[in-house]
Write a protein that binds this ligand. Structure first.
Ligand code: NDP
Ligand code: MG
Length: 385
């Protein structure tokens, strides 16, 4: 029996993870949901409690937590609140695997606590590796546990590497859909509405990652995520636009052979693989039909138009505490964009301006990461004329 904690269970990945739980239980792979969490969607959480009967839940928004306690009374359900609740649950003894489907920097502290408690991590929350990759890897070694990526590109790479032992990687090729603005001009992108940015061609995801896909910061974050997951320098990580999102990523080996992992764009597939790795379990998820795709196409990314992707490569090269600043500035800029307070193209401008103001640290620990994140969030984006 695999006992799961799913943080961020009311989000896009969280809901898909629960569908995976149902599929696994249906197919003789017993999984029990021990803890769930939401920020504010308490009605959806209550539905999940009814269906999966966890031991406890965390509601990070304190007002919503009070509302939940008033409105619902589930027998024997422990209700915790706030970020402290997330950290506490992550450290509990009575579960085995943490599925981190929280969004942004909020995933870091619970993941750290779970690793310290020796839990296996199934990670969707790429921002955790972006801001603290070296520390996470050190802790994984120290506490002798594993972190398996859920992100479809990284799951693809992991799958391509199965059975390859010490064979040398020439490079990895991260595919990217190019998002809703792939064929739009810079001018059109500048004037994009929130609705335009949230209209992703292939994937249904939470708002933050959908905007990240539109700026291509998502691919930038994934380049940094890949560095920490697969211990590769920036020179061995390539980004390739593949608008159909069928090839999820590829690995080229030193003999010039390339392995790719393919499938329809459905996050249930990499989530399930992260939970059953390295085994595979039968599923009723939709299957790929090649006859529906007359062509799979590829393009070079436009680093000038998608400045965020270039910034991420630069930040990865520079290292130090720059990724922490890039991540926080990006989250703040996305919030402003979603509230209609800045243009879409102001997002990279704000990130660059925060990076320029930053005095990087050569050596740092978690305390410095939290402090730099906090300081960066105090800087407000400016709307360009
Ligand atoms: P969503 O916004 O759909 O869900 C996020 C979840 O976290 C929700 O349960 C939300 O609660 C909760 N949450 C939001 N903010 C906070 C906070 N400050 N503190 C605690 N909990 C919070 O995001 P996604 O599921 O799309 O993405 C989750 C992570 O997975 C991201 O890091 C993303 O980059 C990554 N990912 C997502 C993919 C996808 O297909 N969606 C693909 C690959 C990676 P509430 O419901 O109340 O808002
Ligand atoms: Mg991805």
């Amino acid at each position: 029996m695999n006992n799961l904690t799913i943080l961020g269970s009311t989000g896009s990945i969280g809901c898909s993870a629960l569908k995976v739980v149902t599929n696994l239980n249906r197919n003789n792979y017993p999984v029990k949901v021990k803890y769930l969490s939401t920020n504010s969607r308490i009605e959806a959480l209550a539905e999940q409690v009814r269906e999966f009967n966890p031991s406890g839940v965390v509601i990070t928004d304190e007002t919503k937590a009070k509302e939940f306690r008033k409105k619902f009374s589930f027998e024997k359900l422990e209700v915790l609140s706030g970020e402290a609740g997330l950290k506490e649950i992550a450290s509990r003894e009575d579960y085995d695997t943490l599925v981190c489907a929280l969004v942004g920097f909020s995933g870091l502290a619970p993941v750290i606590n779970a690793i310290k408690a020796g839990k296996k991590i199934a990670l969707a929350n790429k921002e955790t590796l972006v801001v603290a990759g070296s520390i996470v890897n050190e802790l994984l070694r120290k506490h002798k546990t594993d972190l398996i990526p859920i992100d479809s590109e990284h799951s693809a790479i992991l799958q391509c590497l199965l059975g390859e032992g010490k064979n040398k990687i020439e490079k990895i090729i991260l595919t990217a859909s190019g998002g809703p603005f792939r064929t739009k001009s810079y001018e059109e992108m500048r004037n994009a509405s929130v609705e335009d940015a949230l209209n992703h061609p292939n994937w249904k995801m939470g708002a933050k990652i959908t905007v990240d896909s539109a700026t291509m910061m998502n691919k930038g974050l994934e380049v940094i995520e890949a560095k920490w997951l697969f211990d590769l320098p920036e020179s061995k990580i390539e980004v390739l636009i593949h608008p159909q999102s069928i090839i999820h990523s590829m690995v080229e080996f030193e003999d010039s052979s390339i392995k790719a992992q393919l499938g329809i764009p459905d996050m249930k597939i990499p989530i399930q693989f992260a939970l059953t790795y390295p085994e595979r379990v039968i599923s009723d998820f939709p299957k790929m039909n090649f006859k529906n795709y007359s062509s799979l196409t590829f393009e070079e990314p436009d680093y000038k138009k998608f400045e965020c992707l270039k910034i991420a490569f630069d930040v990865l090269r520079e290292g130090k505490t720059y990724p922490v600043v890039m991540n926080a500035a990006n989250e703040v800029a996305i919030d402003y964009f979603l509230k209609g307070e800045i243009f879409f193209t102001d997002i990279p401008k704000h990130i660059l301006s925060c990076l320029e103001k930053h005095t990087p640290l050569e050596s740092f620990g978690l305390e410095e990461i939290f402090e730099i994140d906090r300081q960066t969030r105090e800087i407000s984006p400016v709307k360009t004329a």
